[in-house]
Design a protein around this ligand. Sequence first.
Ligand SMILES: Cc1ncc(C[n+]2csc(CCOP(=O)(O)OP(=O)(O)O)c2C)c(N)n1
Length: 703
Amino acid sequence: MPKNPVVQSARPTLQKREPNPTTEGLAARATTNTDKDFWLRVARTVLTSRAIDRIEEQEMTPKGLVAYQFSARGHDLAQAILSEHITHPHDGAAVYYRSRPFVLGQGLTAEEAFRGSLARAGGMTDGRDIGVVHLLRPRERGTVLPASGDVGAQYSPGAGWAQSIGYYAKTLKDTSYAGAIAVSLGGDGSTATNGFWAALNIATTLELPMLFFIEDNGYGISTTSDYQTPGRNIARNLAAFSNLQLFECRGYEPEEAEKNINAAVDYVRKWQGPALIRLEVPRLSGHSFVDTQSYKSPELRAIEESHDPLPKLESYFTKLLSKSVWDKLVEEVEHEVRQAADNALAAPAPDAAIVGQHIFAPVMPVVESVKEKGPRMNLQDAVRKVLEVELAKNPKLLVFGEDVGAKGGVHGATVDLQIRYGADRVFDTSLNEEGIIGRSVGMAIAGLKPVPEIQFRKYADPATEQINDCGTMRWRTLSKFSAPMVVRIPVGFGKKTGDPWHSVSGEAFFAHTIGWRIAYPSNTEDAVGLLRTALRGEDPTFFFEHRALLDTPQARTNYPGDDFTIPFGKAKIVPQPSSVAGAVAKATIVTWGAMVDRATKAAEGLDVEILDLRTIVPWDKEAVLASVRKTNRVLVLHEDNWTCGFGGEIASVISQEAFASLDAPVERLATPDHPVPYNTTLMEVVVPQVSHIRAALERLLAF
Ligand SMILES: Cc1ncc(C[n+]2csc(CCOP(=O)(O)OP(=O)(O)O)c2C)c(N)n1
């Protein structure tokens, strides 16, 4: 392995800028916005949002036509103003379920909104997702990234979008990105989530152009904000946070809100650095339609009503324009929204025949490419080589993770890549897996190809929410959005030892996660072909690198070349050096990863066909069934633990589809349901060994 010289800085280049001006100064310096067109657009958005909420709250939801109604009444003015400032074609907004006024300002029509909440065809997701879980491709303004139902999950994709802006502008020198920003919208409750802190950490350490837009209504459903942040004020608590400009205002006062939102957006655009604005807003309806707000006192409700931004907007607007313009606008919007509701009510249901479509990208290679005969290579060196080649080929490909930059990864798979490709493309991240995957989602939506490393399989746990939401994105959005990335993860026991933290295999958990492909190679050649296919593919993919195979003779093969690819879902029959030419196999072993070599050793002298699945999602059903139909006996073997292990899925398919061909029950062998021990003697008791496999095979053959 080449030696890794010291790199001067593993951080992407940060710009030098003047010290932050004070918030008071910034907002105070902003001149009052008296642009009549601006306020006409704001008023139109607020009135449209109000009319939609009213029709949903008073007519559609009581009749059971809308299942999830999240009113934005009270939040609407601030969001409508923000939307008027998110106008750069490369702006990205990561929103949440109460963000409809903002999305209307970005171009969502009232009819689309109704079709969404009524679950009809022609909504943003054709009835696949809740109407208020928004998304929008740019309509002469910014991109609304697909929202999530998980509170707080919007933040780190926002940070990924912000990081992409810098990458396009500075590294790829695309001038069209100059001045673009990301904004993530959320409530006070969301400031307690992992996602919020992950994104804040990324945005402030990397000084990204990202605005945190916090709509503080004092409640997360019924829980008051003193449970979310001490003293109820997240902005005050963040006063000591470096690299973060703070703004605070009443989001229901038109002039004050506009001055501060304008100043905050301007700040982020100008300095390309992060800011957070906390806006006090009333939540005038329940959390959702079914919430009666019984936990609020009548006095509090009265105060909230007095903070309703609509009459305040009316009076501000009337002074600036006139009462008759306001009345005319009200009438016009009422008419339009009523028409939109009627159209949506008359719209058809979505097409049930295509509900299974859009889970994966349509194109995948189907045949293995021709291989060259390169030098013999470790699996680990081969991974590095593939990354190196693909980094050179694809300027949008980025490799990152904990210790991936200067050190070259704790497993050495990225050694020297930072020196070669620079710290903008190969870099260390903060120790935050939610942030690593969440930021990758934002980057992928922005058109980059993120290749994050998770240091060990167990340490993907904190990223579970982002992984799940990423996997369902293509389906939820009917392929309007997807977030293809390749997540490399070292898995399994080590060459010398195991333990509960670093030795998890855990493919079944991810196989159960919708929308992800999984590669689990057993040798260098397959690792090269599968990694390259994944990197050139359009789906989120897990690429498992078995720790015990990274640098071992049994996994080493010749390097098959810089263009070698292997399709997913094609198992390989493992050549059996000991088998007699022409002998008919009497049993099949279905396995993958480090178990392939053990199975080969265990089968010595027996006529057994070993199928290396190579990919778990998709898995090669046809090859397995064909082999079982030929041998009539099968052992399914894996390292992941037993219950609900992926072997259970394979065994069930074999029983259902090849039952008549079986001469013996399907044999299974896996690690029992407990953690992998540290002590090697203990480990060898539980993780399937050659002797265990041999015994299972003999049982199977003797049945
Ligand atoms: C991860 C997660 N936990 C819990 C929920 C259930 N939930 C939905 S909204 C909500 C309150 C969020 O409050 P806040 O962030 O203040 O936004 P607001 O609704 O007040 O606008 C909760 C607990 C969820 N959707 N996601």
